[in-house]
Ligand binder design. Sequence first.
Ligand SMILES: *[C@@H]1O[C@H](CO)[C@@H](O)[C@H](O)[C@H]1NC(C)=O
Ligand SMILES: *[C@@H]1O[C@H](CO)[C@@H](O)[C@H](O)[C@H]1NC(C)=O
Length: 306
Amino acid sequence: MNPMSICTSSSSGSSSSSHSTTKAWIVHGIVVGAAVAAAIGARAYLGRSTKFRSRVVGIIPARFASSRFQGKPLVPILGKPMIQRTWERAKLAASLDRVAPLGVVVATDDEKIAECCRGFGADVIMTSESCRNGTERCNEALQKLDKKYDIVVNIQGDEPLIEPEIIDGVVKALQAAPDAVFSTAVTSLKPEDAFDTNRVKCVVDNCGYAIYFCRGLIPHNKSGKVNPQFPYLLHLGIQSYDSEFLKIYPELQPTPLQLEEDLEQLKVLENGYKMKVIKVDHEAHGVDTPEDVEKIESFMRERNLS
Ligand SMILES: *[C@@H]1O[C@H](CO)[C@@H](O)[C@H](O)[C@H]1NC(C)=O
Ligand SMILES: *[C@@H]1O[C@H](CO)[C@@H](O)[C@H](O)[C@H]1NC(C)=O
């Protein structure tokens, strides 16, 4: 049997795996066995439903108070509130549940944000101020929704230029990988961002599962410099979760690597869960600071985006 066949999904598998030792490949075989078992189990569990994890909701968590950028979701980007831009993009994603009533919801603890969002037609779920971060806010919103969902997409409100295709991509990735509980997206890292600790780097295995996320440059060349030949990956602020996993995710204790890197998603990997990663083209940066607003506005002007 060809060792390459262990990758069941669309992988960018390099030929290097054909050199792997027998031992490494048996371990891989077990992983695949587990994936197949999980897929069969999932199908049996779903019964009538044809597609695995078919009910999908997009949640845009938004809070007013922010240490770095007060009132960030409402900041105008070329005259339109940032959260409205994110919402309008998200509404175009084909994978989000179109069956009434909800496909995309804003989850917030702030009345000003809620009012603004209702004003442009968004559905809003009020969440408590005690949510420590976006993941917890998504989880609380999920519990408050009447309908049941299989997948929750956490669409960060500070990505006003998020492509709907990226949302659809992470959803499809999670639907196609029953052994994963989480999916996310990466894009090519620009060399100037290599040593910027706000830009999170990612490495993946041959099947497109995340191996690690890091604020430092990974992999790290012997020379200590950026290797212009290497396709480094930048993590994007979009993630989708299996809704059952989302319920336990906030309860999992913080893990050492998560705490040291200050990266929430590491807790998933450190607890042994699998995370599927897709690679996409995405040029625009998210908005972290007031300075980023100017950057994104000039980016949009250059491309005639309104
Ligand atoms: C490191 O980067 C250099 C280019 O800067 C490249 O030639 C080399 O192949 C890379 N890898 C190693 C192991 O040195
Ligand atoms: C953010 O949420 C995750 C998962 O819900 C939780 O484990 C983590 O501790 C939270 N981070 C902070 C800084 O509170």
